[in-house]
Write a protein that binds this ligand. Structure first.
Ligand SMILES: [Zn+2]
Ligand SMILES: [Zn+2]
Length: 252
């Protein structure tokens, strides 16, 4: 049996994240990835080897480029990283040959629609490194949650929190080590869905012109929370659980 992970900083982060709006795994994976990007930007300025490795992935995916553009102090690191990438792209392009017949590799990449050996060389050869970190940290936090769901403090926080997005719920269900952990995972989630459905009914009822004068209660932001619940992310809307206070956004 694998050793149960200890109660270190990630455990306390996990307990704490339950009381914030949105999926705690999304939130923690985002934070871990954001920390990684900060250190990578710092190292990329100092170390050409760090930049060299980033040439394989051609930098970052669109989602992580979006994160980078919102980071303070990112400009020099980004410029240095992408100068190396663009140099490699420009050098490849300078050596481009016109080819009527697609090469076997380009045929594979372009699914037989024709192509060119140069376009194959212009493809990224590795996954976005921030995605790698994000996926690893999602797996780690899901394992930590499952390992400590029998812990009163975490279970209470999980039961009272906004719960997991659908994707992370499914990851956790697949990884649940036994029936007891599986039940502790899904029962609070199922209850949350019922509460949210009641909130949605109430919200939709109040949008009817006959009830327009009625004030909104906890259901006021349910249209935002329900998107968090299905697609993930965190920081949309308010947290009904925290008395309608806005939880810190992902970047805060
Ligand atoms: Zn999630
Ligand atoms: Zn990425």
């Amino acid at each position: 049996m694998p050793r149960k992970p200890g109660k270190h900083t990630p455990y306390f982060e996990l307990v704490d994240a339950q009381s914030q709006s949105g999926c705690p795994i999304c939130r923690l994976a985002y934070k871990a990835t954001s920390r990684y990007l900060d250190s990578l930007l710092y190292e990329a300025v100092l170390d050409p080897d760090v930049r060299d490795k980033l040439k394989n992935s051609q930098g970052f995916c669109a989602a992580h480029v979006d994160v980078l553009t919102r980071k303070p102090g990112r400009a020099l690191g980004v410029a240095l990283i992408y100068r190396d990438i663009l140099r490699a792209v420009a050098d490849t392009l300078d050596k481009a040959d016109f080819q009527r017949e697609p090469s076997p590799l380009s045929r594979l990449l372009r699914k037989g629609s024709g192509g060119n050996a140069t376009t194959a060389r212009l493809q990224a050869r590795a996954q976005c490194p921030a995605c790698v970190i994000s996926e690893q940290s999602e797996r780690d936090y899901v394992q930590l949650l499952l390992a400590h769901l029998d812990d009163e403090k975490l279970y209470t926080a999980y039961s009272q929190g906004e719960g997991l997005c659908l994707r992370h719920l499914m990851v956790a269900m697949e990884a649940a080590p036994d029936e007891a952990a599986f039940r502790r995972l899904i029962e609070p989630q199922s209850e949350r869905y019922r509460v949210m459905l009641r909130d949605l009914d109430e919200f939709i009822r109040k949008r009817d012109h006959r009830f327009q004068g009625e004030k909104y209660g906890e259901e006021g932001d349910v249209w935002l929370r329900v998107m968090n619940t299905i697609i993930g992310g965190a920081g949309m809307g308010l947290s009904a659980k925290s008395g309608g206070r806005r939880s810190p956004n992902l970047d805060d």
